[in-house]
Ligand binder design. Structure first.
Ligand SMILES: [Zn+2]
Ligand SMILES: [Zn+2]
Length: 247
């Protein structure tokens, strides 16, 4: 099953369906239900047709909290599949600064899982704090797409770079520069999905070349978000999949 087919069906026009499987919600007699995200039990009367239940607290999480919790629990070494699963959640919008955290978060997760690094959660929290300074619209207003900066945050954190470092300082800046150049060459207008895919592809290559660490990838990225993006450049984007090919 390809990367695309696995996730195309997870995304639905209806933002009120189950966050997990997108099935319709059903209302019934109150019963004790276990939250799919936090595992706590609540007496509730709404779940989806496939018995998924998410408690109110988890339901109202911000996108960045969702990314932090998801990545903290994940054992994946595939940043692309993690990104896609997170982006299919309605709490992550079509465009938005949450992508500036999403990029380093899935990279840190895959890296720490691959190298059995024990400080994954600490690293994720650091990335969340740093990414919070990269505001929405950074791409057009500052000439510095936040997805590209996300790869720099990733390299900076895993190499413990500081403003005083030598080699790691260079690596972190080169990482951002490489991803930013590829994103810039594709041209505007902004698309947080396209920039995220490019940043991840670039970063996985960078990591293999410079630090000899190979993360899992996907054979081909095919975007299923075009219909949510008024400014989609369609055939000019490497990841575009025409809607008639959706399954
Ligand atoms: Zn469900
Ligand atoms: Zn919960």
């Amino acid at each position: 099953m390809s990367f695309y087919y696995k996730f195309a069906n997870m995304y639905s026009d209806n933002k009120f369906n189950c966050f997990i499987c997108k099935a319709d919600l059903v209302y019934a007699e109150s019963e004790m239900l276990k939250c799919h995200e936090c595992g706590k039990e609540f007496e509730e009367n709404v779940k989806c047709e496939n018995d998924h239940f998410i408690c109110n607290k988890c339901h109202s999480k911000s996108a960045n909290e969702l990314i932090l919790d998801y990545c903290s629990a994940s054992e994946s070494i595939n940043p692309f599949l993690m990104a896609e699963e997170l982006m299919s959640d309605p709490r992550v919008k079509m465009h938005g600064p949450e992508h500036h955290f999403l990029v380093p978060a899935v990279l840190i997760t895959a890296y720490c899982n691959k190298t059995s690094n024990k400080s994954k959660i600490e690293k994720l929290k650091t990335a969340k704090k740093r990414a919070a300074h990269i505001l929405g619209g950074f791409c057009g207003f500052y000439g510095n797409c936040g997805a590209a900066v996300g790869t720099g945050i990733f390299i900076s954190i895993i190499t413990s770079a500081t403003p005083m470092s030598m080699k790691s300082w260079s690596l972190a800046n080169r990482s951002t520069a490489g991803a930013l150049m590829t994103i810039a060459e594709t041209g505007g207008p902004r698309c947080c999905k396209r920039s995220t895919y490019i940043a991840l592809l670039d970063s996985v290559k960078f990591l293999r070349k410079n630090l000899s660490i190979k993360l899992e990838s996907v054979p081909k990225i095919q975007c299923s978000y075009s219909k949510y993006n008024k400014e989609c450049i369609k055939h000019a984007c490497d990841f575009y999949k025409p809607e008639y090919l959706y399954i």
